[in-house]
Structure formats: structure tokens, C-alpha cells
Write a protein that binds this ligand. Structure first.
Ligand SMILES: [Zn+2]
Length: 209
């Protein structure tokens, strides 16, 4: 009888695993998915869904983090690594529809601050994230500048920073790079998933209630 039960459980759980694997395989790497459907371990502060950003304008109707599925998979893995060290990823920005890029370009038509929508950016392709780290109390680690700070201090190569800031940036960079992301020299918060430029610029929109 005991053997029969064991066999039943073995069959039951192997069926569940198979279903799960099939579900994952049916989603193409280039599909847009919402990060919150794949993990509840992220902290969100979607800056462009508020006026608390360099544009001083709310350009998203609501705060959702849409990304290509392959970006989500890599980001979830990165967050798991940070969590083992007592930190979590806090998200500032994810995929950005092309119409929003155009809106931003209308507000500040300067390629030093906003990517020209004629070219599009990796954010428009669903392969970029703007992030920082928070500790177990939810407090942001000191990264030396605020998000979207325009100046040399935001660069990974800027030397004149306290050791703690340098270590925090390095912690973020090390684990993101191990998790299939590429850092961006002039912005400590920006990461592109590898091969992100292969994806097309998109204008897919998310629904707001
Ligand atoms: Zn960015």
C-alpha cells in the first residue's frame, strides 16, 4: 500500500513538473510579459509613472514592468542571487513603448538626455532595466547619485566616490553581469540583457485599470 501511494505521488508530482515546463516552453523568449507574474520578490519605484523624474512629468498611465520573457528570466535569476546576500532589486524602469519615447523626446529633444525615438533604445526593445538595490529593511543602498542623474558622477568609472558607494555599484554590476546582463558605462542603474538589440523596437502597451 505504501509503495502504491509513493508511486501515486511520484506520478502526480512528475505530471505537475511536466505541465510547468511545457508552460514555460510555450512562451517565446521575445514575448512581452509582466515581471510581477513571474516573481513577487522585486521592489518597485516606477519613476516615469510619477512626476519624480528628470522630465518632471508623469509619462506612464500606470506603473507596470513589462519586459521580453528572456529579460525577465535573467532578472529573476539575478534577484535570487542578490536575495542570498540579503538584498533585492528595486525597479525604476523597464520596457518603454515607442509612443512614450516620443512623448519624452517632445519634452526634452536632446540626445544627451533622451534616446531619439527615430532610433529607439534598448528600453523600447524590452531588453533594458533601470535598477538599484535595497537592503532587508527596504532602504536603498548608497549609489552616489540619484537615478537619472546626468553627470560624470553617475559613471562606473568615476573615481572620486566613497568606498562604500564603489562597493555597492560593484556588487550590483558583478551579479548582473553573471546573470546575462551588460552594464552601461555612464549610468550605474542601467542594464541591458545580452543580445537585446536583436529585438525590434515596439509600441506594445500595457493595460491600466
Ligand atoms: Zn535605462
Amino acid at each position: 500500500m505504501r509503495t502504491l501511494w509513493s508511486l501515486f505521488f511520484l506520478f502526480f508530482f512528475s505530471t505537475i513538473n511536466t505541465i510547468h515546463a511545457q508552460t514555460d516552453e510555450t512562451i517565446a523568449d521575445s514575448s512581452f510579459v509582466n515581471l510581477k507574474d513571474y516573481s513577487t520578490d522585486f521592489v518597485y519605484d516606477m519613476k516615469y509613472a510619477t512626476a519624480d523624474n528628470f522630465l518632471k512629468a508623469k509619462v506612464y498611465d500606470c506603473p507596470e514592468c513589462l519586459l521580453r520573457f528572456k529579460t525577465v528570466k535573467a532578472l529573476v535569476k539575478a534577484n535570487e542571487k542578490f536575495m542570498k546576500k540579503g538584498y533585492r532589486i528595486k525597479i525604476y524602469d523597464c520596457y518603454r513603448p515607442l509612443d512614450i519615447q516620443k512623448k519624452m523626446w517632445q519634452i526634452i529633444p536632446n540626445p544627451e538626455y533622451v534616446a531619439n525615438p527615430a532610433k529607439g533604445s534598448i528600453h523600447n526593445r524590452g531588453g533594458a532595466v533601470d535598477i538599484t538595490l535595497v537592503d532587508s529593511t527596504g532602504a536603498e543602498l548608497d549609489m552616489g547619485t540619484s537615478f537619472d542623474f546626468f553627470g560624470p558622477e553617475a559613471s562606473h568609472f568615476y573615481e572620486n566616490l566613497p568606498d562604500e558607494v564603489k562597493q555597492n555599484r560593484l556588487l550590483l554590476k558583478k551579479i548582473m553581469r553573471k546573470s546575462n546582463f551588460i552594464s552601461f558605462d555612464s549610468e550605474w542603474w542601467h542594464y541591458n540583457v545580452k543580445n537585446a538589440s536583436k529585438e525590434k523596437v515596439s509600441n506594445t502597451k500595457w493595460k491600466c485599470d
